[in-house]
Ligand binder design. Structure first.
Ligand code: ADP
Length: 168
């Protein structure tokens, strides 16, 4: 049986932090499905820079040569998605202690919602613990370079967003 995991998140946009988690997880799983999820908090607080479709397109671009990585979207509960697609594992990344608190709560409620699914945590990659989509957007918005922390296609897309001021 294929070992499959889903990796849900906002991916607004995908960063080297996410990519590192995925690449290392490919040693444990046969297939990883990146699930770009609607995030109610981020959507309502106008923090989303990229539309769902734009985020999916960027993820597809980044993993275009990798057959074991798939991309999908979810606008409901991740645990319902897991049940529907018969997935046994959910991947999440941990950066600082602050991530632990919310991830711990999320894993606990997800276990309540679907006992058949295990959450698997991967520790952040080397020198990537400070990389989050949110922080990178902030740096880029104020003119800083985020080039070392995102793939080329993402850097281009971020620059275009800033130039057209679409994110404001
Ligand atoms: P962000 O917190 O960057 O806005 P997402 O909602 O897209 O991210 O995150 C999806 C998952 O990826 C979460 O479990 C998050 O903790 C993890 N993640 C994001 N960036 C990193 C990183 N640099 N190192 C480890 N895990 C990360």
């Amino acid at each position: 049986m294929k070992r499959r995991a889903i990796y849900p998140g906002s991916f607004d946009p995908i960063t080297n932090g996410h990519i590192d988690i995925i690449q290392r997880s490919l040693r444990l799983f046969d297939e990883i499905v990146i699930v770009v999820a609607m995030n109610l908090r981020k959507r309502s607080s106008k923090n989303a820079w990229f539309s769902l479709q734009e985020r999916v397109d960027l993820v597809e671009e980044v993993f275009k040569g990798e057959k074991r990585v798939k991309v999908d979207v979810c606008d409901g509960l991740i645990m319902d998605y897991a049940r529907k697609h018969k997935v046994q594992a959910v991947l999440r990344g941990l950066r600082a202690a602050s991530d632990f608190e919310s991830e711990f709560m999320m894993a606990a409620i997800n276990k309540e919602l679907n006992d058949d699914v295990e959450t698997v945590f991967m520790m952040t990659g080397k020198n990537l613990f400070f990389v989050s989509s949110t922080v990178l957007k902030e740096v880029a918005a104020f003119g800083g370079s985020i080039k070392p922390y995102v793939p080329k296609a993402v850097w281009q897309a971020v620059k275009t967003k800033i130039r057209t001021e679409e994110w404001k």
